[in-house]
Design a protein around this ligand. Structure first.
Ligand SMILES: [Zn+2]
Length: 92
């Protein structure tokens, strides 16, 4: 038991003070929800959480395959990153 009774009470008082201060100030501020999560249009694809993660996956795949598939990453509206094998447009 890490807390004895006094510590625990002080802790609860602190939490209560913080939450009551919050709720009296910013009550019903539900628009503060930061990132609205959209449903993924391609849930069958692997979702990478960050650009670094998806880039790492591309590098790993490119290392393993001989003919270097042209993989690209894009940020999905679900908030994750996916791989796509879209062939880059040829330059003219
Ligand atoms: Zn997605």
């Amino acid at each position: 038991m890490p807390f004895d009774d006094d510590d625990l009470e002080a802790y609860y008082r602190r939490v209560e003070a913080r939450t009551s201060a919050n709720s009296s100030r910013s009550r019903k501020r539900e628009r503060v929800v930061p990132a609205v999560q959209f449903e993924c249009p391609t849930p069958e694809k692997i979702a990478y959480p960050t650009l670094a993660a998806v880039t790492g996956a591309i590098l790993a795949i490119a290392r393993q395959s001989r003919d270097r598939p042209s993989l690209r990453s894009y940020e999905c509206k679900c908030g994750s990153w996916h791989l796509t094998s879209a062939v880059p447009r040829p330059y003219r």
